[in-house]
Design a protein around this ligand. Structure first.
Ligand code: ZN
Length: 390
């Protein structure tokens, strides 16, 4: 990793580079921005630079990504970098030495480690334990202890607090004490997608840096570097279906077959478009029903949701082309012809209603309803709407 590996955020990187160059880094930052915008990857890069053994040789380049320090940071095991996120109370219970084993603690640790593993694989992922009440007081007490110790190997301590809006009130007050008298060798980076919910007294002690989702072109360029075998249309579709959320985009890329074939998502999209065609041709309606059966039997919930989401993205393209026949930025540029044909064949169809029933079907699937029943109902409704009979 280096500054170059960050997706987008040119302005924010410039602010940090300038501060680093002038040795005027703030004691505490609040990185605010939507989920999956990659703000936490910037926090980690800053932490790496402050500890990298080769960073001074490469001004403006960022961390080297190769020294022992950088590798420890990538493994989330750097002694100077603390990473806090909401955990269960069971994880922090003091162990009763009279008991040989504490099953609750062991299981909580396993869940915690699984989240860290996910974070190592997907740096855009935002970990939080399901049964968590937030970032707990004990976690901040541990930070206080670590803050009092000098950093190792001439680096700087960096405390990254993910989902800072979820600091438990007592934990927040303890953190405030730390921020009021910050040790010179510590940089705090609070990260939040809901900065308005961070305690105002804490917010006022941090320098605010606001992030937005990277632009589609920036994400496409990143995908091209990561998966050069994909073509333009496939890249564009991954950006569209992830709604420019980098965590989701990376997950979709990873789900790819890896043998140079199109990623699974594009295949699912193609099936969804075929399904739509079959709904509209009376002689092929049974094939549409067949697709419902297949979807319910041999697809994961994620795949089922991608299937339906593909229809939403297609209708969005149809609506755009209906308004502007040359609309350039389609979700599905590779099937622009089909989109145009659909506009001509079905003018004035109520695509808003069609989208609403698809969204309702997605909610039902998320609530564990029978996929076959949901899909059968949806198919009948879509046919009615698209034929203009409803
Ligand atoms: Zn390094």
């Amino acid at each position: 990793m280096s500054w170059k590996s960050i997706v987008g955020h040119e302005h924010q990187l410039r602010v940090l580079k300038t501060a680093l160059g002038a040795d005027r880094l703030a004691h505490a930052y609040l990185f605010a921005g939507p989920e999956g915008s990659g703000k936490e990857t910037v926090a980690f890069e800053l932490a790496k630079i402050l500890n990298c053994r080769n960073s001074s040789d490469l001004p403006g380049e960022g961390s080297c990504g190769e020294c022992e320090s950088c590798r420890q940071a990538d493994r989330l095991m750097h002694p100077n970098i603390e990473y806090l996120f909401p955990v269960e109370a069971a994880l922090l219970e003091t162990i009763d030495p009279s008991k040989k084993e504490n099953k609750k603690l062991t299981e909580a640790r396993e869940r915690y480690e699984a989240l860290l593993d996910e974070k190592r694989k997907n740096p855009f992922f935002t970990p939080a334990m399901e049964r968590s009440m937030g970032i707990l007081t004990e976690q901040v007490v541990m930070l206080q202890q670590k803050a009092s110790l000098a950093p190792r190997d001439g680096g700087k301590k960096v405390f990254i607090i993910s989902q800072a809006e979820r600091l438990h009130p007592t934990a927040a007050n303890k953190l405030l004490k730390l921020l009021e008298e910050p040790p010179a060798h510590v940089v705090f980076i609070l990260v939040s997608s809901r900065p308005e919910s961070v305690l105002p007294t804490i917010r006022s002690r941090c320098q605010l840096l606001v992030f937005a989702r990277p632009k589609p072109a920036e994400i496409e360029a990143w995908i091209a570097r990561r998966a050069p075998q994909l073509d333009d249309a496939e890249r564009r579709f991954i950006v569209s279906i992830s709604r420019s959320n980098l965590a989701d985009a990376l997950e979709l890329l990873e789900a790819e077959t890896g043998d140079g074939a199109a990623p699974a998502v594009v295949g699912i999209r193609n099936k969804a478009i075929d399904y739509l065609r079959n709904i509209l041709v009376p002689a092929k309606f049974h094939e549409a029903i067949g697709a419902c059966e297949e979807l319910s039997k041999s697809s994961t919930r994620t795949e089922q949701l991608i299937f339906l989401d593909s229809l939403l993205l297609f209708f969005q393209d149809v609506t755009r082309r209906a308004i502007d026949t040359d609309f350039p930025e389609l979700n599905n540029p590779d099937i622009a012809e089909s989109t145009n044909r659909f506009v001509k064949a079905f003018p004035n169809r109520d695509l808003y209603r069609a989208s609403t029933v698809i969204e309702e079907a997605m909610r039902s699937i998320n609530r564990n309803a029978s996929v076959l029943l949901v899909m059968a109902g949806l198919t009948a409704e879509l046919r009615g709407i698209l034929q203009g009979k409803r």
